[in-house]
Write a protein that binds this ligand. Structure first.
Ligand SMILES: Cn1ncc2ncnc(NCCc3cnc(NC(=O)Nc4cccc(C(F)(F)F)c4)s3)c21
Length: 276
């Protein structure tokens, strides 16, 4: 539409820096836009791999969805361009990188830090759900940290407009999927609330609640049964929040407003270093 500013980007506009990480479909590089000196993250996706995995439609949807999102806890997608072999996503650079690396290094997060991250995740999800967007792939690997340690929810490759039922086969970990998705049923925004519960558990314990080293079908059974056990060091308030999110029936799960007002969040809210 005519209101959209004309921004035809091309590779020559960027000075490519160090690799920031590598995903399944390509690598991410630190990059600087030559004219403005603006620092971004440039994600490269190899076209033939996207075609082969039949996900090019998802990438198009991701670009369309994420280009319209503006929230401090959602990683910005500034634009995209392609050459004959690759698609490039021009992304906001998250100064403190991948949250899961911090989680693995620290084994697990304190209750105060976990509550701060979950509060910011709830704010990002409330913004998304108001726009009828469900992320559907909430997990530590898809969360980055900004320069002030703030949450940056990223990778909208699996996001859709609610309600939906998935057509593309799932790959990767089942750990974060709610019962209705592992059962291939119709699902709505409450899938992100289930994943928020799994995320809270993993921040506090260091592993997801239904993880089963014997494989997918064992994890699947534990999710379907909501076979939830807490280690003794988890506080009663944290157990309460997680249990009210990991409800088999989507309607029974807490709303995002209830998460943001939960005693476990409020108990820590005063101690967060609030940058103004
Ligand atoms: C590591 N790192 N450190 C700092 C930092 N700052 C910013 N970004 C980083 N990393 C990139 C994070 C991403 C954001 N959006 C993505 N989007 C995507 O990867 N989309 C995508 C790809 C292939 C296939 C599919 C599909 F269709 F199959 F779903 C979807 S990846 C950073």
């Amino acid at each position: 539409n005519s209101s959209k500013p004309l921004r035809n980007f091309h590779l020559g506009m960027f000075e490519i820096g160090k690799p920031l990480g590598k995903g399944k479909f390509g690598r991410v590089y630190l990059a600087k836009e030559k004219k403005t000196g603006y620092v971004v993250a440039l994600k490269t996706l190899h076209k033939e791999e996207l075609v082969h995995s039949k996900v090019e439609r998802q990438v198009r949807r991701e670009i369309e969805i994420q280009s319209n999102l503006r929230h401090k806890n959602i990683l910005r997608l500034f634009g995209h361009f392609h050459d004959e072999k690759r698609i490039f996503l021009i992304l906001e650079f998250a100064g403190r990188g991948e949250l899961y690396k911090h989680l693995r290094r620290q084994q697990r997060f304190s209750e105060e830090l976990s509550a701060k991250y979950i509060f910011q995740m709830a704010q990002a999800l409330a913004y998304l759900h108001k726009k009828h967007v469900i992320h559907r792939d909430i997990k530590p690997e898809n969360i980055l940290l900004g320069i002030d340690g703030e949450i940056k929810l990223s990778d909208f490759g699996w996001s859709v407009h609610a309600p939906s039922n998935r057509r593309t086969t799932l790959c990767g970990t089942l750990d974060y999927l709610p019962p209705e998705m592992v059962e291939g049923k119709e699902h709505g925004a409450k899938v992100d609330l289930w994943s928020l519960g799994v995320l809270t558990y993993e921040f506090l314990v260091g592993a997801p609640p239904f993880e089963d080293i014997s494989g997918h079908s064992a994890t699947y059974r534990r999710i379907a049964k909501v076979d939830l056990k807490f280690p003794s060091f988890i506080s009663a308030e944290a157990k309460d929040l997680i249990s009210r999110l990991l409800q088999h029936s989507p309607e029974k799960r807490l709303s995002l407003d209830q998460v943001m007002r939960h005693p476990w969040i409020l108990k820590h809210k005063n101690n967060w270093d609030r940058p103004g």
